[in-house]
Ligand binder design. Structure first.
Ligand code: ZN
Length: 282
């Protein structure tokens, strides 16, 4: 019995309704929703937008699907506070402390969304012209401190990343297994695991098989040519180590998301890709 849950992503596939219908047409009934990009979820006042959650829960029932949330990156400021990535200018001012994720977590519970929140470990180093005075070791300690103070009902899924120099402006922890050793094996009272990103696993100098030692509770199935963040349709050759990826999928206890970029793929191409991966793990 194959219990792998394949999922699609909303981004690039239209409104939540359109994306849901697209993935359903390929037999996929689980969708990853990106906060802010797909539906806002959090307002300028740093409060959850309840109507967005009502909408998601209504669509879940109507379509018979499940949604899970991918939340914006955390980053650490010079003053030690943490906040959203400032990719969206208006988000820049918003402090994301534990309360922020806790609010989302409460909504997930109340509106019966799939109980999983995917985040990246916090940023450090240079990005978008900022130069944070924080090194990798200190960033890791701050991440652990942040997670130690967090109480969630949902599972937390921490995404594996690419080497910092492969994608300038996107310098995050999570490109080495040792980053997660400290985070996942620490005294942190959270149900958490890795979100294994297959495209990023092609953008590391280390061995991606090292990630297999951890609990994997979601995956981003996407491909790159190893040079930058591309989100191509995942194939045998563009996902890093194919055997590692197969093992990770079999081990994964949550949604395995086709995290596909905007490359004008046809429905047929995406359908064939989904079929390839369904057969691969059988
Ligand atoms: Zn990803």
């Amino acid at each position: 019995m194959n219990r792998v849950v394949f999922a699609g992503q909303n981004k690039y596939f239209g409104t939540v309704e359109e994306a849901t219908e697209f993935w359903l047409s390929l037999g996929i009934n689980h969708i990853m929703i990106k906060q802010e990009e797909d539906i806002r979820l959090i307002g300028n006042d740093n409060k959850v937008i309840i109507s967005d959650f009502i909408k998601l829960s209504k669509l879940q029932r109507e379509y018979g699907v499940k949604y899970h949330l991918h939340i914006y990156d955390l980053r650490f400021n010079d003053d030690g506070t943490s906040s959203f990535e400032d990719a969206q200018p208006r988000m820049d001012k918003i402090l994301i402390d534990c309360d922020h994720l806790v609010q989302l977590d409460k909504m997930i519970e109340e509106f019966d969304l799939y109980p999983l929140i995917t985040i990246h470990l916090a940023r450090f180093g240079k990005w978008l012209g900022h130069d944070l005075e924080i090194d990798e070791k200190e960033a890791l300690e701050k991440n652990i401190e942040f997670l130690q103070n967090l109480k969630l009902h949902s599972k937390l899924s921490l995404e594996t990343m690419h080497d910092p120099d492969r994608n300038p402006g996107h310098v995050l922890l999570g490109y080495k297994a040792e980053h997660f050793e400290n985070v996942l094996n620490g005294k942190i009272d959270l149900d958490q695991g890795l979100c294994f990103d297959t495209g990023y696993s092609k953008m590391i100098d280390g061995y991606s098989g090292d990630f297999l030692e951890f609990n994997i509770n979601s995956m981003h199935l996407e491909g790159t040519d190893g040079t930058k963040d591309q989100h191509f349709l995942p194939t045998k050759d563009n996902v890093g180590d194919f055997e590692v990826v197969r093992k990770a999928i079999k081990k994964c206890e949550g949604p395995v998301v086709f995290e596909i970029g905007d490359h004008n793929y046809s429905r047929e191409e995406i359908g064939e890709c989904v079929e390839f991966w369904r057969e691969t793990i059988n």
